[in-house]
Design a binder for this molecule. Structure first.
Ligand code: FUB
Length: 458
């Protein structure tokens, strides 16, 4: 009897949401560097290539969010080609972008010929989305052993500092131009005993914090505090313990909409794809709190849940197709999804900017916390490009087999560079729900390309 009840409950009970950590599923991402600017979280990441075995990194990507749950892919914002004097085949390692006086400075780890090979470059842009242009035509910090993983912090008095290094911790005072420095490169006083790499410096309530990837391998996340930006740094504990599921764990921390968030990375997507450890990492995020004395308790290892939307998303305004909380592929029609399976990708289109591509049967996009309002939606409209007829976008609420709103059957538009708005009537969409856009049909490598969507009100 009990078994029968459990079976019935499992059939009728709403299924829990599909997981949303890591933050990005369309590329492998690493070395998170979040920046909050004018109400938007700009998440700059390193990029592990899909065919990477060891580190294979050639560019830096950007994702943005206004709810910490749905992320919009803004594409590549800088690459090794931004620094033509650097090695061009690999080593686009950790970076950070900071804003000063309306300009955005990207500090990036790259390498040059010879030994030691690590240097730190700087590029500048007028907008957080770039394009970032090489500021100097040469390294900002010339080569040194372990000279990578820059973090830049601007103090309240306007003095900027850059810290970096593995396993030593160095810093310099940056000049107000943010592309040169004064004085000698210094070794930080009080380098925490388990410091490895990936420093992240910020100030909170008059205290200076340095989070960092703690001794390898696997790395955890440690942190130290100081009364001054130049140290001495006092080790305060671990924000996250070492975990055998990972090798690295490079942190980035921001406050957003009243909460504090730490980003790092795991290998969940890699291990969903292959049992072999490849350097194909995925940026993760979790919320945390400070204790009254400013210390931080140790968090559990990255969960698969991530962050619930901090505010609802309006479906009645244009939503980029590359905005999503999760994407994966169904195993078979009506089956539960894989933990994760490679599916759609994002790419830049000459006419419309970033789009979703490689759309094949049973891949899907999930958008969290969509507020259809009390009257609800009457119609779904998408901007699409297609060489063929018959690809479908099936719209469902809350799970891959949740309430069905309608299905848009895509008509050919005349080519993958010919964009057209196509729509379908929908019903049953009221209130706040997670929205699933499930792609069905035959044809590849992409059935169609998908630029943006919106609903029309009743
Ligand atoms: O991603 C390449 C390197 O691995 C970074 O620069 C380090 O912090 C580690 O995450």
């Amino acid at each position: 009897m009990l078994a029968f009840l459990v079976f019935v409950m499992a059939c009728v009970w709403p299924r829990p949401s599909q997981a949303e950590n890591p933050v990005v599923q369309t590329s492998y991402t690493a070395d998170p560097a979040p920046l909050v600017h004018k109400g938007v979280v700009y998440l700059y990441t390193g990029h592990d290539e899909d065919d990477a075995r060891d580190f294979k990194m050639r560019n830096w990507r950007l994702y943005t969010s206004t709810d910490m749950s749905n992320w919009t892919d803004k594409g590549v914002v800088a690459s090794l080609a931004t620094f033509p004097w650097a090695m061009q085949d690999n080593d686009a390692w950790a970076s950070q972008v900071v804003e000063r006086n309306g300009k955005f400075y990207l500090y990036a780890s790259v390498s040059v010929q010879g030994w030691p090979k690590s240097v730190i470059a700087v590029a500048v842009a007028d907008r957080p989305e770039g394009p970032f242009k090489d500021a100097l035509g040469k390294p900002l910090i010339d080569k040194g052993i372990g000279y990578f993983d820059p973090t830049v912090f601007v103090d309240d008095d306007g003095q900027a500092y850059m810290y970096w290094g593995n396993p030593q911790l160095y810093y310099v005072k940056l000049n107000p131009d943010m592309i040169s420095y004064s004085g000698e490169i210094q070794q930080a006083e009080g380098r925490p005993r388990n410091y490895q790499e990936g420093p992240w410096v910020y100030k909170r309530q008059g205290k200076y914090y340095m989070a960092y990837a703690s001794s390898c391998c696997p790395e955890g996340i440690g942190y130290a505090m100081s009364d001054k930006p130049t140290g001495p740094w006092v080790y305060k504990g671990d924000i996250m313990d070492h975990n055998a599921n990972s090798t690295g764990n490079h942190p980035g921390i921001v406050d957003y909409m009243g909460g504090s968030y730490v980003f790092g990375f795991n290998y969940r997507l890699n291990f969903a794809d292959t049992p072999i450890h490849r350097e194909r990492r995925s940026v993760t995020v979790t919320r945390f709190d400070y204790n009254a004395d400013g210390t931080i308790n140790m968090l559990p290892w990255w969960d698969n849940v991530g962050v619930a939307p901090l505010k609802p998303l309006s479906p009645y305004e244009r939503v980029e197709a590359e905005t999503m909380a999760w994407t994966s592929r169904l195993k078979r029609d009506r089956d539960r999804p894989f933990d994760w399976a490679p599916g759609i990708k994002t790419a830049r289109n000459d006419k419309v900017g970033m789009v979703v591509t490689r759309i094949t049967d049973l891949s899907y996009i999930k958008v969290n916390g969509v507020d259809f309002g009390s009257k609800g939606a009457a119609r779904f409209v998408a901007n699409l490009a297609s060489e063929m007829d018959g690809g479908k976008i099936e719209l469902r609420l809350d799970s891959v087999d949740g309430p069905h709103l309608g299905t848009l059957t895509v008509a050919r538009t005349g080519g993958l560079d010919q964009w057209q708005q196509q729509g379908v009537p929908v019903s049953g969409a009221t209130g706040v729900h997670d929205l699933y856009l499930i792609f069905r049909g035959q044809g590849g490598p992409t059935m169609f390309e998908f630029d943006h969507w919106r609903f029309e009100r009743k």
